[in-house]
Write a protein that binds this ligand. Sequence first.
Ligand code: DGL
Length: 274
Amino acid sequence: MLGIFDSGLGGLTVARAVRKRLPEYQVCYLGDTARLPYGNRSADLIYRFTVEGVGFLLRRGCPLVIVACNSASAVALRRLQQEWLPKKYPQARVLGVVRPLAEHAAAVTRFSRIGVVGTRSTVASGAYQREITVLNPKAHITQAACPLLVPLIEEGWGNRPETKKILRQYLRPLKRARVDTLVLGCTHYPMLRKEFAAVMGHACQVPDPAEVVAEKLADYLVRHADLAARITRGPAHQFLVTDQTEQFTQIASAWLGHPIRLETVVIEGAPAAS
Ligand code: DGL
């Protein structure tokens, strides 16, 4: 199976794009709904939660796990890849979303003025800035944390005038910096992509991050055929969560585009859902 890990359900945007681009692979999605959101938490806690979630998917038989959560990718992935993975699961691979999105932004920017939006922890980590600057040392990066957007999107308030007003406020520094490419550095933001694009105007491109990640993953699997051969294929996808409510099921079905059944699991170290 191809593991996809997220703090909650926002990563289903990535799961959906991956299934569209790579329909042959069986996906095992894990959303840590009992402990979301990650985006306002400390680096140490995000690291611990990410290790526990990724460890669960590796033990379940995923040779490759994509950390779809930007906060976890930005804050925890490098340490996980360097310190934990080689000792615990040397044969497995864990990839994040920061690198592919940074690569894409660095490749498509016209004037090297790149904007990044994400949760507080993603922005504070400076991960996008680091990755983009390595690829394009001339790049001028302007970041904005948009902590109100995740709950608004989960409430289905994306289209409301209040949300558009908040979006305009958040994007003001990026407009002032005249960024020509905007990185949507959060699992939830593809759901507001049209609204982001409308505020930023025609001179700024706003790539769909889920599609970019799926495309880069397809490239990666071509280059790593041995690993690809170890991923089971088939349509029996699994959608696992650490806590389940009626609202989670509704959100998950709406974001995936069809009804799904969520299965509650207990991951090591996480509180059991009652
Ligand atoms: N998945 C998170 C991200 O992409 C957003 C939700 C959260 O804060 O947990 O940063």
